[in-house]
Design a protein around this ligand. Structure first.
Ligand code: AMP
Length: 397
């Protein structure tokens, strides 16, 4: 049984075909520049050569049709017909307050995705285009939506309400939602398995540290709190996003620089974070190189990033009255040995003891704390595609 997983952006589309009998990736690929000149499909079948298709793709429908052609291609394909694909799983970013679980697509679901266009203006329209393209190219095939916000919907009112007039929550659903939910769900579940923890009671903190970064606290896999908010701008310091700040900063800078709130939000989303502090890059490898060469702002950016993560770990430990496991994932979490170590150096008060040899690794699924560490610290590569495929299988088999 094979599941096709699709993650649509406004001009791009990532896909994976996963064989659910052994959860292996049969083929994966990326379509770029949909609707703009220079459209390109890069298809990578497992164990075969890469296959590149360059031809105009006016919309997502054409792109999906080409993906299906590639999957069935005589030379580079991996299936004989689309009958071998049992269902399609889609990542959809914002489900608003409508959905807290993955769901099989119907008209109601599409309406909800549309209703959330203003909450997820960059992603939801593209996500819907991907679903509609699949419906049109593979009529009758079941599509499943896995929401990035679903995990955070388990938060209690005290964690999700902003302390602003309640009418904005009532009128416009302004509240904290959290993002990277599929990753937090997957990694917290895997942490429970790897740590041999109680599946119902385990207190887990997941640090999803990538270009976008967020942290979650969950008990028995149910979210207690997560650091992103109405949008992915809240919480940790990220590659280019500021994370938490005093909202009055916006007014102050707008007045000083003569810019409006849209420009300010663009600065907070795209020019801030470790890029903003360091002035070097949003990529931790570049910033670490700069720090090694004596760049003080690069050092300040890395220290601020690390400090913010450690501060959230403390807050989430308090929120759960304890923590059994802390898991690192995503680009920085999986690969940046020094940053993981620096964060854990703040956690002595929790009885965290890191095994430096075990931590000296990239992208492996393993325990990085010593056997006598009071909290189990782990490295768990995230796999959002597999999580989406598992959800799709669960809802369609
Ligand atoms: P993601 O958004 O999860 O794909 O993470 C991407 C980020 O991971 C990059 O921008 C880098 O900052 C970081 N990253 C990837 N590889 C390494 C590495 N070997 N060392 C430090 N940071 C890394």
């Amino acid at each position: 049984m094979k599941i096709l997983v699709i993650n649509c952006g406004s001009s791009s589309l990532k896909y994976q075909l996963i064989d659910m009998d052994n959860e292996s990736v049969v083929a994966k690929g990326l379509v770029e520049r949909i609707g703009i000149e220079g459209s390109i499909l890069t298809h990578q079948p497992a164990g075969k050569d890469k296959f590149i298709v360059k031809q105009p793709m006016e919309d997502h429908k054409v792109a999906i049709a080409l993906v299906l052609d590639a999957l069935q291609d005589a030379e580079h394909g991996v299936v004989k017909s689309t009958d071998e694909i049992s269902a399609v799983g889609h990542r959809v970013v914002h489900g608003g307050t409508y959905y807290s679980e993955s769901v099989v697509v119907d008209d109601e679901v599409k309406k909800a995705i549309r209703e959330c266009f203003d909450l997820g203006p960059l992603h939801n329209p593209a996500n819907l285009m991907g679903i509609e393209a699949c419906e049109s190219v593979m009529p009758g095939k079941k599509n499943v939506v896995v929401w990035d916000t679903a995990f955070g919907m388990a938060m209690q009112e005290k964690a999700y309400l902003y302390a602003i007039p309640y009418e904005y929550y009532e009128k416009y659903s302004v509240r904290r939602y959290g993002f990277h939910g599929t990753s937090h769900m997957f990694v917290s579940g895997e942490a429970i398995k790897l740590g041999n923890l109680d599946p119902k009671m385990a207190k887990v903190i997941v640090c999803h540290l990538g270009n976008g970064a967020s942290i979650s606290a969950s008990i028995g896999g149910k979210c207690v709190d997560t650091s992103m908010g109405l949008t992915p701008l809240e919480g940790l310091i990220m590659g280019t996003r500021s994370g938490d700040l005093d909202p009055a900063v916006c007014q102050f800078i707008c007045n000083k620089e003569g810019i409006d709130i849209n420009e300010m939000l663009n600065i907070l989303n795209k020019k801030s974070g470790v890029l903003g502090i360091s002035g070097v890059s949003s990529d931790f490898r570049d910033i670490e190189t700069a720090r090694a060469e004596g760049n003080k702002r690069a050092a300040a950016a890395l220290e601020a990033f690390t400090y913010r993560v450690a501060k959230y770990i403390g807050a989430y430990t308090a929120a759960m009255n304890g923590v059994d496991a802390i898991a690192f994932t995503a680009g920085v979490g999986e690969n940046d040995i020094k940053t993981r170590k620096a964060i854990c150096e703040y956690l002595g008060y929790l009885g965290v003891v890191i095994d430096d040899a075990a931590n000296d690794v990239r992208g492996d699924r393993r325990m990085i704390s010593t056997p006598d560490s009071k909290v189990k610290v782990m490295l768990i590569p995230t796999n959002e595609e597999l999580a989406i495929a598992r959800e799709t299988l669960r809802l369609t088999k």
